[in-house]
Design a protein around this ligand. Structure first.
Ligand code: NAD
Length: 482
């Protein structure tokens, strides 16, 4: 068996691992990146990137359908699925190819195969039966996660899709049942609804997109229902039967059994970390009770030579969190004093409208000991949003009533997932509401909504009426000031 030596080896080439390898190389380390699949991980190959290609295409279909409202007269759009899939594949190829280019250009050796630890200082990589021993004083495990399978719904790629198959749009089923009203279920369910499927969502909890601002969720569900979808909450999927050429998904709604006939099922009920098979347990690498790898603030595991980052190191499962953790772990390995010290970790949900969140919610601010003040501004009063015919949604900011420190923001509306970057920067820099309110924002643009929301929190909104806050009832949340 051939043996190779490096200063550091990264296992898993998703947005955590590939970034870590580049950062290691930048810091002068001889680095290797091991993966058994294409570079880019879930995010580039069948997650964030291809789903966004489909979401943009589905939005285009939707916009074409509504073009008549603006005097543009076109017929009902038709979708060439092979061409759409080809476009999506090209997008993926371009992005994964870019990762390969960057790794090579930075001098990172890419090793294809499945890695398994044989000691705390060596892994064995099995590349199609050809084994290589790879030794290093430091390893970063970045093997991510994969879709959870629930009893009664075995992923078969035919009747039951996971997100991986759904992103390949094998067909646009006439009737689709989406199990799981989380981020993936809602994003992909929206795509299929816009492409023409009759979609039914089943969510076990009382609200879809649990944890997200209920007002934002109401807008998303209203839009979905307007497109003919049905959403059942507090409805756990129990199993399905295949009969007479159709499927029937079983659930219970308000205590009553319900069967939903359909042609296709998509299960998106969460991800679990890919830990098994790596040989970590015999080495004594500690796991959390939920099966993630336990790490320090520098992403070191209980075995000093092994670091872990990204989905495998615990929630939230976000590509950009994984990338940041990859940079920190690489820097720690290179002897820098890097640790997890961020203030702002934004997240974006590409539903219709988009929802993006950063920092604390009003409730979290209260729990953290603040007396929160809320400022809100509707996109319906924003020139740019109205002009592009997407006036739905709002920007909401949370600040500390006394100090006026900005604590968080929820944006729901056109391009919210892009707009959240400004709020993240403001939070990371310790901005006060005034800092944003006093910053001139170009007109007419969507980011003006964030500025106006900060002004509203100060009682100084220009394009909305500043209503005095109503006296607070005991136990009630502070009302928005605008
Ligand atoms: P999720 O955890 O976001 O949502 C899964 C949902 O399924 C939950 O609401 C849960 O209550 C529900 N559920 C579980 N079992 C059920 C059952 N039997 N019947 C009905 N409902 C059931 O998981 P996901 O949407 O699969 O996403 C996986 C991970 O990837 C998440 O951690 C998510 O945050 C992350 N992700 C993030 C983004 C983004 O930030 N844009 C995009 C995609 C995925």
């Amino acid at each position: 068996m051939a043996t190779k030596n490096f200063d550091a080896v990264v296992i898993g080439a998703g947005p955590g691992g590939y970034v870590a390898a580049i950062r290691l190389a930048q810091l002068g380390k001889k680095a290797a990146l091991v993966d058994r699949e294409e570079l880019g991980g879930v995010c580039l190959n069948w997650g964030c990137i291809p789903s966004k290609a489909l979401i943009a295409a589905a939005n285009l279909v939707d916009d074409i359908r509504r073009a008549g409202e603006r005097g543009i007269l076109v017929g009902e759009p038709r979708v060439d699925l092979d061409k759409l899939r080809g476009f999506k594949d090209e997008v993926v190829k371009k992005m994964t190819g870019g990762v390969g280019f960057l790794e090579k250009g930075n001098g990172v050796e890419v090793i294809k195969g499945t890695a398994r630890f044989v000691s705390a200082g060596a892994i064995e990589v099995d590349g199609d039966g050809e084994k290589t021993r790879v030794e290093a004083p430091a390893f970063i495990v970045a093997t991510g996660g994969r879709p959870i399978e629930i009893p009664g719904f075995k992923f078969d790629g035919k009747q039951v899709w996971s997100a991986r198959e759904a992103v390949d749009i094998p067909s646009v089923p006439k009737r689709l049942v989406v199990i799981g009203g989380g981020i993936i279920g809602m994003e992909l369910g929206t795509v299929y609804a816009k492409l023409g499927s009759q979609v039914t969502f089943l969510e076990a909890l009382p609200q879809v997109l649990t944890g997200v601002d209920p007002e934002a969720v109401r807008l998303v569900t209203r839009n979905l229902k307007a497109r003919g979808t049905t959403i059942h909450v507090s409805a756990r999927a129990q199993g399905y039967e295949s009969r007479r050429g159709e499927l029937a998904v079983k659930t219970e709604v308000e205590g009553k059994p319900l069967e939903i006939p359909c042609d296709q099922i998509l299960v998106a009920v969460g991800f679990r970390p890919t830990v098994e098979g790596l040989g970590l347990e015999p080495l004594g690498v500690k796991l959390t009770p939920r099966g993630f790898i336990e790490v320090s603030s520098a992403y070191r595991t209980s075995v000093p030579s092994i670091y872990a980052i990204g989905d495998i190191a615990g929630p939230p499962l976000l590509a950009h969190k994984a990338s940041k953790e990859g940079e920190i772990a690489a820097e720690a390995i290179a002897g820098k004093k890097s640790v997890r010290d961020w203030v702002a970790l934004p997240s974006g949900i590409f539903t219709d409208p988009e929802i993006a969140v950063v920092g604390l919610s009003e409730e979290e601010a209260r729990q953290a000991g603040h007396d929160p003040v809320v400022g809100k501004f509707g996109f319906g009063a924003l020139g740019r949003a109205v002009a592009i015919a997407h006036p739905e949604g709002f920007a909401k900011v949370i600040g500390d009533r006394t100090s006026k420190l900005l604590l968080g923001a929820t944006l729901c509306g056109p391009d919210a997932c892009d707009l959240v970057a400004e709020a993240a920067l403001a939070l990371e820099m310790g901005a006060y509401l005034e800092d944003v309110a006093l910053t001139i924002h170009a007109h007419p643009t969507l980011p003006e909504a964030f500025m106006e929301a900060c002004k509203a929190a100060l009682g100084e909104a220009i394009h909305a009426l500043n209503r005095p806050e109503r006296p607070r009832r005991a136990g009630a949340g502070a009302p928005a000031s605008a």
